[in-house]
Design a protein around this ligand. Structure first.
Ligand SMILES: Cc1cc2nc3c(=O)[nH]c(=O)nc-3n(C[C@H](O)[C@H](O)[C@H](O)COP(=O)(O)OP(=O)(O)OC[C@H]3O[C@@H](n4cnc5c(N)ncnc54)[C@H](O)[C@@H]3O)c2cc1C
Length: 255
């Protein structure tokens, strides 16, 4: 484990931007087991650090940070003929440029390439996006429309799958997201409503449709069914969305 900043926990690390970050220990595990052991001791995990560092500048002061940058197992993308698995530590750029993702689920690669800008895509990770609990972030909404699962490693061992749209309500280390039969899903996204919501629609080969609506709360709203109706909306944007969504979904269906 390395130590970042001055030796006294009370001291603050200065930065060029004028923000000051409280002293913390920096651990660089190289395996999932090492990461889980550090989490058992109270470490906070860090993907690309885009959100976490901002929160530290705003006063969050974790005692120990476990950087996932050396945990190669968490960056892996694999397809076994049935399920596409994308490691929590994979960057957005990795998802959109990966040859397997492009081969088995080109819609996902294309949609993922629209996340953030070049710098954000090079640094931000799938896990960090899902776990940051920011309603405007897109990973949970996109993955919910794919019917994806988020698979967590518990600090006491074992793996736990949860619906990707609910990942943020789960504790533990996010290992990967799993998308079953990606070749049978067509994905469309509508980003222009962004001030209100993000809409992603998954059309499955068996006729199922999943519509996920993000940006309105902690978790995306998810509707499953032939008609893909959006669940009852409330809040200040409800009237506008209720009026615009049916037309938008129809347009997305027609492609
Ligand atoms: C200028 C800017 C523009 C952006 N534009 C977009 C956009 O258009 N669309 C979009 O979707 N997003 C956007 N983002 C968000 C970006 O995509 C990043 O994904 C996001 O900031 C978090 O990624 P990270 O790896 O840096 O997370 P981190 O800061 O490392 O972590 C965020 C949180 O997740 C937790 N965490 C990280 N990895 C794991 C794990 N494996 N298991 C459990 N918990 C974990 C951390 O503890 C922390 O609480 C933008 C961000 C910025 C700064």
């Amino acid at each position: 484990m390395t130590t970042a900043g001055p030796s006294s926990p009370a001291e603050l690390v200065g930065s060029h931007s004028g923000f000051r970050i409280a002293h913390f220990e920096l651990a660089r595990p190289s395996t999932v087991d090492e990461t889980l052991a550090l989490m058992r001791e109270g470490a906070t995990v860090m993907g690309g650090g885009l959100d976490l560092v901002d929160r530290m500048k705003a006063g969050l002061s974790p005692r120990c940070i476990a950087s996932l940058s050396r945990v190669e197992a968490l960056k892996a993308v694999s397809f076994d003929g049935q399920t596409l698995r994308i490691g929590a530590g994979a960057t957005h750029r990795c998802v959109s440029s990966d040859t397997q993702v492009n081969a088995v689920f080109p819609d996902l690669a294309r949609i993922w390439s629209g996340i953030g800008n070049v710098r954000i895509r090079a640094r931000g990770t799938v896990g960090g996006n899902l776990m940051a609990a920011m309603p405007a972030y897109e990973a949970a909404t996109i993955l919910a429309a794919c019917g994806a699962e988020a698979v967590f490693g518990d600090v006491d061992g074992g793996a736990r799958p949860v619906p990707a749209g609910k990942a943020v309500d789960t504790s533990g280390l996010l290992l990967h997201v799993a998308i079953a039969e990606p070749g049978k899903i067509r994905l469309s996204i509508y980003r222009s409503l962004r001030d209100y919501a993000l809409v992603v629609r998954g059309d499955f080969a068996d006729g199922r449709v999943i519509v996920a609506l993000g940006g309105l709360g902690r978790n995306p709203l998810v509707a499953v069914g032939d008609k893909a109706e959006i669940p009852a909306l409330s809040g200040s944007h409800a009237d506008y969305l209720s009026a615009v969504l049916p037309r938008l979904l129809e347009r997305m269906r027609r492609g």
